[in-house]
Design a protein around this ligand. Structure first.
Ligand code: HEC
Ligand code: HEC
Ligand code: HEC
Ligand code: HEC
Length: 443
Protein backbone atom coordinates (compact mmCIF):
# COMPACT_ATOMS: atom_id res chain seq x y z
CA UNK A 1 0.00 0.00 0.00
CA UNK A 2 2.71 2.47 1.08
CA UNK A 3 4.75 1.46 -1.94
CA UNK A 4 1.80 2.27 -4.16
CA UNK A 5 1.48 5.76 -2.70
CA UNK A 6 5.19 6.35 -3.11
CA UNK A 7 4.97 5.16 -6.70
CA UNK A 8 1.96 7.39 -7.31
CA UNK A 9 3.72 10.43 -5.81
CA UNK A 10 6.82 9.63 -7.82
CA UNK A 11 4.77 9.53 -11.01
CA UNK A 12 3.10 12.85 -10.18
CA UNK A 13 6.47 14.47 -9.45
CA UNK A 14 7.99 13.10 -12.65
CA UNK A 15 5.00 14.18 -14.69
CA UNK A 16 5.03 17.70 -13.29
CA UNK A 17 8.78 17.93 -14.00
CA UNK A 18 8.52 17.30 -17.72
CA UNK A 19 9.44 20.27 -19.85
CA UNK A 20 6.93 21.38 -22.46
CA UNK A 21 7.78 19.74 -25.77
CA UNK A 22 7.73 20.33 -29.51
CA UNK A 23 4.12 20.09 -30.70
CA UNK A 24 2.52 20.13 -27.21
CA UNK A 25 0.31 23.14 -28.02
CA UNK A 26 -1.21 25.19 -30.82
CA UNK A 27 -0.54 28.82 -31.69
CA UNK A 28 -4.13 29.61 -30.66
CA UNK A 29 -3.40 28.47 -27.11
CA UNK A 30 -1.44 31.70 -26.63
CA UNK A 31 -2.66 35.30 -26.54
CA UNK A 32 -1.03 37.72 -28.94
CA UNK A 33 1.10 40.52 -27.48
CA UNK A 34 -1.25 42.98 -29.21
CA UNK A 35 -4.13 41.55 -27.21
CA UNK A 36 -2.24 42.02 -23.92
CA UNK A 37 -0.83 45.39 -24.85
CA UNK A 38 -3.40 47.36 -26.79
CA UNK A 39 -5.87 48.38 -24.13
CA UNK A 40 -4.48 47.17 -20.79
CA UNK A 41 -0.71 46.77 -20.51
CA UNK A 42 0.06 49.62 -22.90
CA UNK A 43 3.35 50.75 -21.34
CA UNK A 44 4.80 47.27 -20.93
CA UNK A 45 3.83 46.50 -24.50
CA UNK A 46 5.69 49.54 -25.84
CA UNK A 47 8.74 48.77 -23.70
CA UNK A 48 8.76 45.16 -24.87
CA UNK A 49 8.39 46.29 -28.52
CA UNK A 50 11.66 48.24 -28.16
CA UNK A 51 13.53 45.33 -26.58
CA UNK A 52 15.14 42.40 -28.37
CA UNK A 53 12.58 40.08 -26.73
CA UNK A 54 9.99 41.13 -29.30
CA UNK A 55 12.45 40.58 -32.18
CA UNK A 56 14.13 37.34 -31.20
CA UNK A 57 12.74 35.64 -34.31
CA UNK A 58 12.54 38.56 -36.74
CA UNK A 59 15.76 40.51 -36.12
CA UNK A 60 18.00 40.50 -39.24
CA UNK A 61 20.98 38.65 -37.76
CA UNK A 62 18.73 36.06 -36.11
CA UNK A 63 17.00 35.42 -39.42
CA UNK A 64 20.32 35.14 -41.28
CA UNK A 65 21.96 32.86 -38.76
CA UNK A 66 18.97 30.56 -38.48
CA UNK A 67 18.02 30.29 -42.16
CA UNK A 68 21.45 30.67 -43.80
CA UNK A 69 23.57 28.63 -41.38
CA UNK A 70 21.68 26.66 -38.71
CA UNK A 71 18.86 25.11 -40.76
CA UNK A 72 21.02 23.96 -43.71
CA UNK A 73 23.69 22.72 -41.29
CA UNK A 74 21.12 20.76 -39.27
CA UNK A 75 19.84 19.17 -42.46
CA UNK A 76 23.35 18.01 -43.45
CA UNK A 77 24.85 16.96 -40.13
CA UNK A 78 23.08 14.42 -37.90
CA UNK A 79 25.04 15.57 -34.87
CA UNK A 80 23.29 18.92 -34.86
CA UNK A 81 19.93 18.06 -36.40
CA UNK A 82 18.09 18.97 -33.17
CA UNK A 83 18.76 22.69 -33.62
CA UNK A 84 16.43 23.01 -36.59
CA UNK A 85 13.57 22.91 -34.08
CA UNK A 86 15.58 23.83 -30.97
CA UNK A 87 16.67 27.38 -31.88
CA UNK A 88 13.07 28.45 -31.63
CA UNK A 89 12.54 26.81 -28.26
CA UNK A 90 13.99 30.14 -27.06
CA UNK A 91 13.63 32.52 -30.04
CA UNK A 92 9.99 31.78 -30.85
CA UNK A 93 8.65 29.49 -28.14
CA UNK A 94 5.10 29.39 -29.47
CA UNK A 95 6.31 28.26 -32.93
CA UNK A 96 8.35 25.54 -31.24
CA UNK A 97 5.46 24.43 -29.03
CA UNK A 98 3.16 24.42 -32.07
CA UNK A 99 5.62 22.09 -33.82
CA UNK A 100 6.13 24.58 -36.67
CA UNK A 101 9.62 23.60 -37.95
CA UNK A 102 11.05 25.63 -39.56
CA UNK A 103 8.51 28.41 -39.16
CA UNK A 104 7.75 30.70 -42.13
CA UNK A 105 10.29 33.46 -42.88
CA UNK A 106 9.77 36.66 -40.86
CA UNK A 107 8.52 38.37 -44.04
CA UNK A 108 5.49 36.03 -44.03
CA UNK A 109 4.29 37.80 -40.88
CA UNK A 110 3.18 34.59 -39.18
CA UNK A 111 2.64 34.19 -35.46
CA UNK A 112 6.21 32.91 -35.13
CA UNK A 113 7.16 36.61 -35.36
CA UNK A 114 5.75 37.17 -31.86
CA UNK A 115 9.13 35.92 -30.61
CA UNK A 116 9.36 35.93 -26.78
CA UNK A 117 5.87 37.25 -26.13
CA UNK A 118 3.97 38.25 -23.00
CA UNK A 119 2.04 35.00 -22.88
CA UNK A 120 5.21 32.91 -23.24
CA UNK A 121 6.75 34.30 -20.07
CA UNK A 122 3.54 34.61 -18.10
CA UNK A 123 2.43 31.01 -18.62
CA UNK A 124 5.78 29.56 -17.54
CA UNK A 125 5.24 27.94 -14.15
CA UNK A 126 8.73 26.49 -13.58
CA UNK A 127 11.43 24.41 -15.24
CA UNK A 128 12.22 20.70 -15.41
CA UNK A 129 15.28 19.31 -13.61
CA UNK A 130 17.86 21.08 -11.43
CA UNK A 131 19.34 23.63 -13.81
CA UNK A 132 17.44 26.01 -16.04
CA UNK A 133 18.77 25.75 -19.64
CA UNK A 134 17.75 24.88 -23.21
CA UNK A 135 14.12 26.00 -22.89
CA UNK A 136 13.26 23.43 -20.21
CA UNK A 137 10.24 25.53 -19.22
CA UNK A 138 7.04 24.01 -17.95
CA UNK A 139 4.32 25.97 -19.67
CA UNK A 140 0.62 26.02 -18.87
CA UNK A 141 -1.13 28.30 -21.37
CA UNK A 142 -4.67 29.36 -20.53
CA UNK A 143 -6.64 31.76 -18.39
CA UNK A 144 -4.13 31.75 -15.54
CA UNK A 145 -1.16 34.13 -15.77
CA UNK A 146 1.84 33.90 -13.46
CA UNK A 147 3.20 36.98 -11.78
CA UNK A 148 5.14 37.89 -8.65
CA UNK A 149 2.24 40.12 -7.57
CA UNK A 150 -1.36 39.06 -7.20
CA UNK A 151 -2.56 42.66 -7.29
CA UNK A 152 -5.42 44.37 -5.51
CA UNK A 153 -7.50 44.64 -8.62
CA UNK A 154 -8.61 41.53 -10.46
CA UNK A 155 -8.05 41.56 -14.18
CA UNK A 156 -11.16 41.23 -16.32
CA UNK A 157 -9.15 39.36 -18.95
CA UNK A 158 -7.50 36.59 -16.94
CA UNK A 159 -6.73 35.15 -13.51
CA UNK A 160 -3.43 35.88 -11.79
CA UNK A 161 -1.52 33.40 -9.73
CA UNK A 162 1.34 34.54 -7.55
CA UNK A 163 4.50 32.69 -8.55
CA UNK A 164 7.71 33.89 -6.89
CA UNK A 165 9.69 31.98 -9.49
CA UNK A 166 9.24 34.85 -11.96
CA UNK A 167 11.18 37.11 -9.63
CA UNK A 168 14.28 34.91 -9.72
CA UNK A 169 17.26 34.66 -12.05
CA UNK A 170 16.45 30.97 -12.52
CA UNK A 171 13.44 32.03 -14.58
CA UNK A 172 15.77 33.84 -17.02
CA UNK A 173 18.22 30.94 -17.06
CA UNK A 174 15.69 28.79 -18.92
CA UNK A 175 16.67 30.65 -22.10
CA UNK A 176 19.90 32.38 -21.02
CA UNK A 177 21.82 29.12 -20.52
CA UNK A 178 22.36 26.91 -23.53
CA UNK A 179 24.09 23.59 -24.02
CA UNK A 180 25.20 22.65 -27.55
CA UNK A 181 24.39 19.23 -29.07
CA UNK A 182 28.01 18.35 -28.10
CA UNK A 183 27.31 19.11 -24.44
CA UNK A 184 29.22 22.43 -24.26
CA UNK A 185 27.77 25.35 -22.24
CA UNK A 186 27.65 27.81 -25.12
CA UNK A 187 25.50 30.30 -23.26
CA UNK A 188 25.92 30.65 -19.53
CA UNK A 189 24.74 34.09 -18.44
CA UNK A 190 22.74 32.59 -15.58
CA UNK A 191 25.56 30.25 -14.49
CA UNK A 192 28.06 33.16 -14.53
CA UNK A 193 25.69 35.23 -12.41
CA UNK A 194 25.25 32.35 -9.96
CA UNK A 195 29.00 32.07 -9.46
CA UNK A 196 29.44 35.80 -9.08
CA UNK A 197 29.04 38.37 -6.30
CA UNK A 198 25.51 39.55 -7.17
CA UNK A 199 23.75 36.24 -6.66
CA UNK A 200 25.30 36.01 -3.21
CA UNK A 201 23.87 39.44 -2.36
CA UNK A 202 20.43 38.46 -3.63
CA UNK A 203 20.59 40.72 -6.69
CA UNK A 204 18.49 39.16 -9.45
CA UNK A 205 18.67 39.64 -13.24
CA UNK A 206 15.40 41.56 -12.93
CA UNK A 207 17.08 44.19 -10.72
CA UNK A 208 19.20 45.35 -13.68
CA UNK A 209 17.07 44.43 -16.70
CA UNK A 210 13.53 44.91 -15.32
CA UNK A 211 14.14 47.83 -13.00
CA UNK A 212 11.46 49.04 -10.59
CA UNK A 213 9.65 52.33 -11.02
CA UNK A 214 6.44 53.97 -9.81
CA UNK A 215 3.75 53.39 -12.38
CA UNK A 216 0.68 51.36 -13.27
CA UNK A 217 1.23 47.87 -14.58
CA UNK A 218 -2.13 47.98 -16.38
CA UNK A 219 -4.12 51.00 -17.51
CA UNK A 220 -7.08 50.22 -15.22
CA UNK A 221 -4.92 48.89 -12.39
CA UNK A 222 -3.30 50.37 -9.32
CA UNK A 223 -0.05 52.32 -9.22
CA UNK A 224 2.77 50.54 -7.42
CA UNK A 225 6.09 51.97 -6.26
CA UNK A 226 7.96 48.93 -7.56
CA UNK A 227 6.36 48.11 -10.88
CA UNK A 228 8.73 45.95 -12.91
CA UNK A 229 9.57 47.74 -16.12
CA UNK A 230 9.84 45.52 -19.19
CA UNK A 231 13.02 47.13 -20.53
CA UNK A 232 15.21 44.05 -21.11
CA UNK A 233 17.95 46.40 -22.25
CA UNK A 234 21.17 44.63 -23.15
CA UNK A 235 23.79 44.49 -25.89
CA UNK A 236 21.53 46.18 -28.43
CA UNK A 237 21.29 49.24 -26.26
CA UNK A 238 24.49 51.33 -26.58
CA UNK A 239 23.93 53.15 -23.30
CA UNK A 240 23.52 49.91 -21.41
CA UNK A 241 26.88 48.74 -22.72
CA UNK A 242 28.76 52.05 -22.37
CA UNK A 243 30.49 52.47 -19.05
CA UNK A 244 30.41 48.73 -18.33
CA UNK A 245 34.21 48.79 -18.09
CA UNK A 246 36.02 51.63 -16.34
CA UNK A 247 39.51 51.77 -17.80
CA UNK A 248 42.37 53.70 -16.17
CA UNK A 249 45.98 53.84 -17.41
CA UNK A 250 49.22 55.18 -15.91
CA UNK A 251 52.94 55.19 -16.80
CA UNK A 252 55.63 53.94 -14.40
CA UNK A 253 57.66 57.11 -14.96
CA UNK A 254 56.69 60.69 -15.91
CA UNK A 255 59.90 62.07 -17.37
CA UNK A 256 61.98 60.12 -19.86
CA UNK A 257 64.61 60.44 -22.54
CA UNK A 258 64.41 58.98 -26.08
CA UNK A 259 65.60 55.35 -26.13
CA UNK A 260 64.29 54.70 -22.62
CA UNK A 261 61.42 52.38 -21.75
CA UNK A 262 58.04 53.38 -20.34
CA UNK A 263 55.84 50.71 -18.88
CA UNK A 264 52.14 51.52 -18.91
CA UNK A 265 49.54 49.66 -16.87
CA UNK A 266 45.85 49.66 -17.72
CA UNK A 267 43.25 48.58 -15.15
CA UNK A 268 39.88 47.45 -16.47
CA UNK A 269 37.12 47.29 -13.86
CA UNK A 270 33.76 45.70 -14.67
CA UNK A 271 31.48 47.92 -12.65
CA UNK A 272 28.12 47.17 -14.29
CA UNK A 273 27.32 43.63 -15.30
CA UNK A 274 25.95 40.87 -13.07
CA UNK A 275 27.64 38.24 -15.27
CA UNK A 276 30.80 38.25 -17.35
CA UNK A 277 31.43 40.80 -20.05
CA UNK A 278 30.82 39.86 -22.76
CA UNK A 279 28.09 37.30 -22.00
CA UNK A 280 25.25 35.63 -23.91
CA UNK A 281 26.23 35.23 -27.56
CA UNK A 282 29.91 35.15 -26.64
CA UNK A 283 30.76 33.44 -29.95
CA UNK A 284 29.74 36.60 -31.84
CA UNK A 285 30.83 39.34 -29.46
CA UNK A 286 34.26 40.97 -29.26
CA UNK A 287 35.61 43.33 -26.57
CA UNK A 288 39.12 44.74 -26.99
CA UNK A 289 41.57 47.18 -25.47
CA UNK A 290 43.40 49.56 -27.80
CA UNK A 291 46.29 51.66 -26.51
CA UNK A 292 48.11 54.31 -28.47
CA UNK A 293 50.54 57.09 -27.73
CA UNK A 294 50.78 60.46 -29.49
CA UNK A 295 53.96 62.55 -29.34
CA UNK A 296 54.04 66.35 -29.39
CA UNK A 297 54.33 66.32 -33.21
CA UNK A 298 51.10 64.32 -33.46
CA UNK A 299 52.83 61.09 -34.46
CA UNK A 300 50.85 58.04 -33.32
CA UNK A 301 52.42 54.87 -31.92
CA UNK A 302 50.13 51.84 -31.54
CA UNK A 303 51.22 49.85 -28.51
CA UNK A 304 50.66 46.07 -28.61
CA UNK A 305 49.77 44.47 -25.27
CA UNK A 306 52.49 42.64 -23.31
CA UNK A 307 52.09 38.86 -23.35
CA UNK A 308 51.35 37.27 -19.98
CA UNK A 309 52.18 33.73 -21.01
CA UNK A 310 49.02 31.81 -20.04
CA UNK A 311 47.74 28.82 -22.01
CA UNK A 312 45.67 29.74 -25.02
CA UNK A 313 46.68 33.40 -24.82
CA UNK A 314 47.11 33.59 -28.60
CA UNK A 315 43.32 33.78 -28.94
CA UNK A 316 43.24 36.87 -26.71
CA UNK A 317 45.64 38.95 -28.79
CA UNK A 318 44.36 40.22 -32.13
CA UNK A 319 46.17 38.63 -35.07
CA UNK A 320 45.99 38.47 -38.85
CA UNK A 321 44.64 34.91 -39.14
CA UNK A 322 41.60 33.20 -40.66
CA UNK A 323 38.90 31.35 -38.73
CA UNK A 324 35.24 30.22 -38.82
CA UNK A 325 35.85 27.67 -41.61
CA UNK A 326 32.84 25.62 -40.41
CA UNK A 327 30.44 28.14 -41.98
CA UNK A 328 31.42 26.26 -45.16
CA UNK A 329 29.29 23.28 -44.11
CA UNK A 330 25.99 25.13 -44.40
CA UNK A 331 27.17 27.15 -47.39
CA UNK A 332 28.11 24.03 -49.40
CA UNK A 333 31.76 25.04 -49.60
CA UNK A 334 33.74 22.34 -47.78
CA UNK A 335 37.04 24.04 -48.67
CA UNK A 336 35.97 27.41 -47.29
CA UNK A 337 39.13 29.19 -46.12
CA UNK A 338 37.41 31.29 -43.47
CA UNK A 339 37.42 35.01 -42.76
CA UNK A 340 39.53 37.22 -40.48
CA UNK A 341 39.34 35.91 -36.92
CA UNK A 342 39.34 39.27 -35.15
CA UNK A 343 39.29 42.15 -37.66
CA UNK A 344 40.56 44.58 -34.99
CA UNK A 345 44.09 46.11 -34.77
CA UNK A 346 46.76 43.40 -34.51
CA UNK A 347 48.33 43.28 -31.05
CA UNK A 348 45.29 44.54 -29.13
CA UNK A 349 44.10 42.51 -26.13
CA UNK A 350 40.77 40.74 -26.68
CA UNK A 351 38.53 39.77 -23.77
CA UNK A 352 36.81 36.64 -24.98
CA UNK A 353 36.24 32.93 -24.70
CA UNK A 354 36.96 31.18 -28.00
CA UNK A 355 34.51 28.49 -29.15
CA UNK A 356 35.92 25.50 -31.07
CA UNK A 357 34.15 23.19 -33.51
CA UNK A 358 34.64 19.38 -33.41
CA UNK A 359 37.73 19.84 -35.63
CA UNK A 360 39.25 22.31 -33.14
CA UNK A 361 38.74 25.38 -35.35
CA UNK A 362 37.35 28.60 -33.94
CA UNK A 363 33.63 28.95 -34.65
CA UNK A 364 30.80 31.48 -34.32
CA UNK A 365 28.29 28.63 -34.66
CA UNK A 366 27.47 27.93 -31.05
CA UNK A 367 25.51 24.79 -31.99
CA UNK A 368 28.66 23.38 -33.63
CA UNK A 369 30.79 23.94 -30.53
CA UNK A 370 32.53 21.04 -28.83
CA UNK A 371 35.14 22.76 -26.66
CA UNK A 372 36.45 26.12 -25.50
CA UNK A 373 39.71 27.95 -25.20
CA UNK A 374 40.76 30.10 -22.27
CA UNK A 375 37.96 32.18 -20.69
CA UNK A 376 39.52 35.65 -20.70
CA UNK A 377 36.33 37.69 -20.21
CA UNK A 378 35.95 40.23 -17.41
CA UNK A 379 33.89 38.91 -14.51
CA UNK A 380 31.42 40.98 -12.46
CA UNK A 381 33.37 43.39 -10.24
CA UNK A 382 36.63 41.94 -11.55
CA UNK A 383 39.60 44.13 -12.47
CA UNK A 384 41.95 42.93 -15.18
CA UNK A 385 45.42 44.48 -15.52
CA UNK A 386 47.25 44.77 -18.81
CA UNK A 387 50.71 46.20 -19.41
CA UNK A 388 52.30 47.87 -22.41
CA UNK A 389 56.03 48.31 -22.91
CA UNK A 390 56.88 51.39 -24.91
CA UNK A 391 60.49 51.49 -26.15
CA UNK A 392 60.78 55.16 -26.98
CA UNK A 393 62.27 55.68 -30.45
CA UNK A 394 65.29 57.98 -30.69
CA UNK A 395 63.40 60.35 -32.96
CA UNK A 396 60.35 60.80 -30.73
CA UNK A 397 59.44 64.49 -30.45
CA UNK A 398 60.37 66.39 -27.33
CA UNK A 399 57.52 67.31 -25.01
CA UNK A 400 54.30 65.68 -23.83
CA UNK A 401 53.27 62.20 -24.95
CA UNK A 402 49.58 61.53 -24.54
CA UNK A 403 48.54 57.89 -24.08
CA UNK A 404 44.94 56.78 -24.69
CA UNK A 405 43.47 53.48 -23.59
CA UNK A 406 40.06 52.67 -25.04
CA UNK A 407 37.81 49.65 -24.61
CA UNK A 408 35.67 48.82 -27.63
CA UNK A 409 32.81 46.42 -28.19
CA UNK A 410 31.17 44.86 -31.22
CA UNK A 411 28.13 42.59 -31.13
CA UNK A 412 29.36 40.74 -34.20
CA UNK A 413 32.88 40.38 -35.59
CA UNK A 414 33.02 42.64 -38.67
CA UNK A 415 34.53 40.06 -41.01
CA UNK A 416 31.78 37.54 -40.24
CA UNK A 417 29.02 40.12 -40.53
CA UNK A 418 30.27 41.39 -43.88
CA UNK A 419 30.70 37.88 -45.23
CA UNK A 420 27.11 36.93 -44.29
CA UNK A 421 25.73 40.32 -45.40
CA UNK A 422 24.38 41.22 -42.00
CA UNK A 423 23.20 44.86 -41.81
CA UNK A 424 25.90 47.20 -40.49
CA UNK A 425 24.24 48.17 -37.20
CA UNK A 426 25.05 44.71 -35.84
CA UNK A 427 28.81 45.32 -36.37
CA UNK A 428 28.84 48.90 -35.10
CA UNK A 429 31.83 49.71 -32.85
CA UNK A 430 30.81 50.99 -29.43
CA UNK A 431 33.31 52.73 -27.20
CA UNK A 432 32.72 51.24 -23.74
CA UNK A 433 35.24 53.34 -21.84
CA UNK A 434 38.32 55.48 -22.30
CA UNK A 435 41.09 57.09 -20.27
CA UNK A 436 44.15 59.22 -21.04
CA UNK A 437 47.47 59.70 -19.30
CA UNK A 438 50.73 61.45 -20.21
CA UNK A 439 54.47 61.59 -19.69
CA UNK A 440 57.14 63.98 -20.94
CA UNK A 441 60.11 63.35 -23.22
CA UNK A 442 63.11 65.57 -22.77
CA UNK A 443 66.46 65.55 -24.55
C1 HEC B 1 10.98 37.51 -20.90
C2 HEC B 1 9.81 37.27 -20.10
C3 HEC B 1 8.72 38.30 -20.04
C4 HEC B 1 8.06 38.88 -21.09
C5 HEC B 1 8.30 38.70 -22.57
C6 HEC B 1 7.02 39.68 -20.51
N1 HEC B 1 7.08 39.62 -19.15
FE1 HEC B 1 5.83 40.53 -17.84
N2 HEC B 1 7.00 39.94 -16.30
C7 HEC B 1 8.05 39.07 -16.41
C8 HEC B 1 8.63 38.87 -15.11
C9 HEC B 1 9.85 38.00 -14.83
C10 HEC B 1 7.87 39.64 -14.19
C11 HEC B 1 8.10 39.76 -12.69
C12 HEC B 1 9.38 40.47 -12.40
C13 HEC B 1 9.72 40.56 -10.93
O1 HEC B 1 8.84 40.43 -10.08
O2 HEC B 1 10.89 40.81 -10.64
C14 HEC B 1 6.84 40.29 -14.99
C15 HEC B 1 5.85 41.12 -14.47
C16 HEC B 1 4.74 41.54 -15.18
C17 HEC B 1 3.61 42.21 -14.62
C18 HEC B 1 3.45 42.61 -13.16
C19 HEC B 1 4.25 43.85 -12.90
C20 HEC B 1 4.24 44.25 -11.45
O3 HEC B 1 5.16 44.98 -11.06
O4 HEC B 1 3.34 43.86 -10.73
C21 HEC B 1 2.72 42.43 -15.64
C22 HEC B 1 1.39 43.08 -15.57
C23 HEC B 1 3.33 41.92 -16.85
N3 HEC B 1 4.56 41.39 -16.54
C24 HEC B 1 2.76 41.97 -18.11
C25 HEC B 1 3.45 41.70 -19.29
C26 HEC B 1 2.99 42.04 -20.62
C27 HEC B 1 1.69 42.69 -20.95
C28 HEC B 1 3.94 41.64 -21.49
C29 HEC B 1 3.98 41.81 -22.99
C30 HEC B 1 3.88 43.15 -23.50
C31 HEC B 1 4.98 41.01 -20.72
N4 HEC B 1 4.67 41.07 -19.39
C32 HEC B 1 6.11 40.42 -21.24
C33 HEC B 1 8.52 38.48 -17.55
C34 HEC B 1 8.11 38.79 -18.83
C1 HEC C 1 11.49 32.11 -23.26
C2 HEC C 1 12.91 32.46 -23.34
C3 HEC C 1 13.44 33.64 -22.58
C4 HEC C 1 13.26 33.95 -21.23
C5 HEC C 1 12.44 33.19 -20.21
C6 HEC C 1 14.03 35.13 -21.00
N1 HEC C 1 14.67 35.53 -22.14
FE1 HEC C 1 15.86 37.16 -22.38
N2 HEC C 1 16.00 36.77 -24.38
C7 HEC C 1 15.55 35.64 -24.99
C8 HEC C 1 15.99 35.64 -26.37
C9 HEC C 1 15.73 34.54 -27.38
C10 HEC C 1 16.71 36.83 -26.56
C11 HEC C 1 17.49 37.23 -27.80
C12 HEC C 1 16.88 38.18 -28.67
C13 HEC C 1 17.79 38.30 -29.88
O1 HEC C 1 18.72 39.10 -29.85
O2 HEC C 1 17.57 37.55 -30.78
C14 HEC C 1 16.66 37.53 -25.29
C15 HEC C 1 17.22 38.79 -25.07
C16 HEC C 1 17.38 39.38 -23.82
C17 HEC C 1 18.03 40.64 -23.57
C18 HEC C 1 18.55 41.59 -24.63
C19 HEC C 1 19.92 41.24 -25.11
C20 HEC C 1 20.42 42.16 -26.17
O3 HEC C 1 21.21 41.66 -26.98
O4 HEC C 1 20.11 43.34 -26.19
C21 HEC C 1 18.05 40.82 -22.23
C22 HEC C 1 18.66 41.97 -21.48
C23 HEC C 1 17.36 39.69 -21.63
N3 HEC C 1 16.97 38.85 -22.63
C24 HEC C 1 17.18 39.52 -20.28
C25 HEC C 1 16.32 38.57 -19.74
C26 HEC C 1 15.96 38.52 -18.35
C27 HEC C 1 16.46 39.46 -17.30
C28 HEC C 1 15.09 37.48 -18.20
C29 HEC C 1 14.39 37.02 -16.94
C30 HEC C 1 13.55 38.01 -16.28
C31 HEC C 1 14.92 36.86 -19.51
N4 HEC C 1 15.69 37.54 -20.41
C32 HEC C 1 14.12 35.75 -19.76
C33 HEC C 1 14.81 34.63 -24.43
C34 HEC C 1 14.33 34.64 -23.12
C1 HEC D 1 24.27 44.24 -11.72
C2 HEC D 1 23.46 44.39 -12.89
C3 HEC D 1 23.20 43.18 -13.75
C4 HEC D 1 22.71 41.95 -13.37
C5 HEC D 1 22.43 41.43 -11.97
C6 HEC D 1 22.52 41.19 -14.59
N1 HEC D 1 22.88 41.93 -15.67
FE1 HEC D 1 22.71 41.42 -17.61
N2 HEC D 1 23.68 43.10 -18.18
C7 HEC D 1 24.03 44.14 -17.36
C8 HEC D 1 24.72 45.16 -18.13
C9 HEC D 1 25.29 46.45 -17.62
C10 HEC D 1 24.77 44.69 -19.47
C11 HEC D 1 25.38 45.39 -20.69
C12 HEC D 1 26.78 44.94 -20.97
C13 HEC D 1 26.82 43.59 -21.63
O1 HEC D 1 26.40 43.47 -22.77
O2 HEC D 1 27.26 42.63 -20.97
C14 HEC D 1 24.10 43.39 -19.46
C15 HEC D 1 23.92 42.60 -20.57
C16 HEC D 1 23.08 41.50 -20.62
C17 HEC D 1 22.73 40.79 -21.82
C18 HEC D 1 23.22 41.10 -23.22
C19 HEC D 1 24.50 40.38 -23.46
C20 HEC D 1 24.88 40.30 -24.90
O3 HEC D 1 26.06 40.27 -25.21
O4 HEC D 1 24.02 40.26 -25.76
C21 HEC D 1 21.89 39.77 -21.46
C22 HEC D 1 21.26 38.75 -22.36
C23 HEC D 1 21.75 39.82 -20.02
N3 HEC D 1 22.48 40.88 -19.54
C24 HEC D 1 20.98 38.95 -19.26
C25 HEC D 1 21.07 38.85 -17.88
C26 HEC D 1 20.56 37.75 -17.10
C27 HEC D 1 19.81 36.58 -17.68
C28 HEC D 1 20.90 37.98 -15.81
C29 HEC D 1 20.68 37.10 -14.61
C30 HEC D 1 21.12 35.71 -14.75
C31 HEC D 1 21.56 39.26 -15.76
N4 HEC D 1 21.68 39.74 -17.04
C32 HEC D 1 22.03 39.90 -14.62
C33 HEC D 1 23.81 44.20 -16.01
C34 HEC D 1 23.32 43.15 -15.22
C1 HEC E 1 18.51 28.16 -24.73
C2 HEC E 1 17.89 29.21 -25.50
C3 HEC E 1 18.44 29.49 -26.88
C4 HEC E 1 18.63 28.61 -27.90
C5 HEC E 1 18.35 27.11 -27.91
C6 HEC E 1 19.14 29.39 -29.00
N1 HEC E 1 19.25 30.70 -28.65
FE1 HEC E 1 19.92 32.23 -29.80
N2 HEC E 1 19.88 33.44 -28.21
C7 HEC E 1 19.32 33.15 -27.00
C8 HEC E 1 19.46 34.27 -26.13
C9 HEC E 1 18.97 34.34 -24.71
C10 HEC E 1 20.14 35.25 -26.87
C11 HEC E 1 20.54 36.61 -26.38
C12 HEC E 1 21.88 36.51 -25.76
C13 HEC E 1 22.59 37.76 -25.87
O1 HEC E 1 21.97 38.81 -25.87
O2 HEC E 1 23.82 37.71 -25.97
C14 HEC E 1 20.38 34.71 -28.17
C15 HEC E 1 21.03 35.37 -29.20
C16 HEC E 1 21.11 34.91 -30.50
C17 HEC E 1 21.66 35.64 -31.60
C18 HEC E 1 22.30 37.00 -31.52
C19 HEC E 1 21.32 38.04 -31.72
C20 HEC E 1 21.96 39.37 -31.97
O3 HEC E 1 21.28 40.16 -32.58
O4 HEC E 1 23.09 39.63 -31.57
C21 HEC E 1 21.51 34.88 -32.72
C22 HEC E 1 21.90 35.24 -34.14
C23 HEC E 1 20.92 33.64 -32.30
N3 HEC E 1 20.70 33.69 -30.94
C24 HEC E 1 20.60 32.58 -33.13
C25 HEC E 1 20.31 31.30 -32.67
C26 HEC E 1 20.29 30.12 -33.49
C27 HEC E 1 20.53 30.10 -34.98
C28 HEC E 1 20.00 29.08 -32.67
C29 HEC E 1 19.94 27.62 -32.98
C30 HEC E 1 21.13 27.06 -33.54
C31 HEC E 1 19.82 29.62 -31.33
N4 HEC E 1 20.02 30.96 -31.38
C32 HEC E 1 19.49 28.86 -30.23
C33 HEC E 1 18.75 31.96 -26.62
C34 HEC E 1 18.83 30.79 -27.35
Amino acid sequence: MNKLIVLLLFTIVCYSQTASQLGDFKYEDFETPQYCGTSCHTDFYQQWKQAMMSQAYTHHWDEIEYFKLAVPHAEKDKNVEEVKAGCNGCHSPIAYLAGDVPPPLPSANSRANESVSCDVCHTITGFAGDTPYNFNYIMKPGKVKNSTRKGEIQSPAHEIVKNEFLGTGDFCGICHNEKSPYGAWVKSTHLEWKEGPYYEQGVQCQDCHMTKGEMKSASMGATYKDTKLHLFHGAHDDWKVKGTIEVRIHPDIREVEPGEVVKLTAALFNQKTGHKFPTGSVEDRIVWLHVEAKDSNGKIYHLPVDKKGFDGEEYTIAADVLAYQDMGIALDDPNFKGVQRDAVPVGDRIFRKPYFDPQGRMTIQQWNTKSFGVDYRIGPKETKLETFTFNLPFDIAEGKVEVTAAVYYQKLITSVGEFLEVPKDEMETIKVGEHKTEFTVFY
